[in-house]
Design a protein around this ligand. Structure first.
Ligand code: AR6
Length: 197
């Protein structure tokens, strides 16, 4: 059984992005996903304080244990109360998670403006950038901003998949581990639209 099937409760669909890189879309719980525990990372869709919250952020902190929160306190504030500005990314160890690293990024709250789209694009771009700087080969994203932050699924999937297509080079596998069936369907349709030759 490979890592994809361990984390997944739905179909695992693979799209080649280049000869060395692929995108994998599956349903599942991102806190259970891993490939090798040394060159892998999951993305935490966090907030600017970076000290936990609800949704996937809460689940990731519960699974990682209290050392993750301590590591977050160790990330310097760039302005009062802000450790990771919207669109940027930070990295910590995975602690009790099965992955080696957690990449924190902060998506925009949806407001229908192009600034939100640019910020969402930056979360994917900067998460891939920090992953490459840390020699991460396998990375799993949730649907950033599609929960508490209210981003419409179709618009979010266009940004997510087009940005990954552009910047995944240098990473072996970029996974989406999607909690909800409806989001999984939107992502799969969008990948078929944007990635099939
Ligand atoms: N595995 C995979 N996906 C998950 C999991 C999981 N275990 N749990 C939830 N999701 P959200 P946001 C999905 O709200 O919209 C937090 O309070 C969920 O179904 O986690 O970026 C932070 O602290 C949805 O599709 O993140 C911030 O304050 C997706 O993850 C704020 O929420 C993202 O939903 C961030 O909001």
């Amino acid at each position: 059984m490979d890592a994809s099937s361990r984390a997944s409760s739905g179909g695992v669909v693979r799209f080649p992005l280049s000869s060395t890189s692929s995108l994998v879309i599956q349903r599942g719980d991102i806190t259970k996903w891993f490939v090798d525990g040394s060159t892998d990372a999951i993305i935490n869709p966090a907030n600017e304080r970076m000290l936990g919250g609800g949704g996937a952020d809460g689940a990731i902190h519960r699974a990682a244990g209290p050392d993750l929160l301590q590591a977050c306190y160790g990330v310097p504030e760039v302005s009062p109360g802000v450790r990771c500005p919207t669109g940027e990314a930070r990295i910590t160890p995975g602690f009790r998670l099965p992955v080696a690293h957690v990449v924190f990024t902060v998506g925009p709250m949806y407001n229908g403006r192009s600034t939100a789209e640019a910020a969402l694009r930056n979360t994917y771009r900067n998460s891939l950038k920090i992953a490459k700087e840390n020699n991460i080969q396998y990375i799993a994203f949730p649907a950033i901003s599609c929960g508490v932050y209210g981003y419409p699924y179709d618009e979010a999937s266009t940004v997510a998949i087009s940005t990954i297509k552009e910047f995944a080079n240098g990473i072996k596998e970029v996974h989406f581990v999607l909690f909800q069936e409806d989001i999984y369907s939107v992502w799969l349709n969008k990948a078929n639209e944007l990635l099939k030759a």
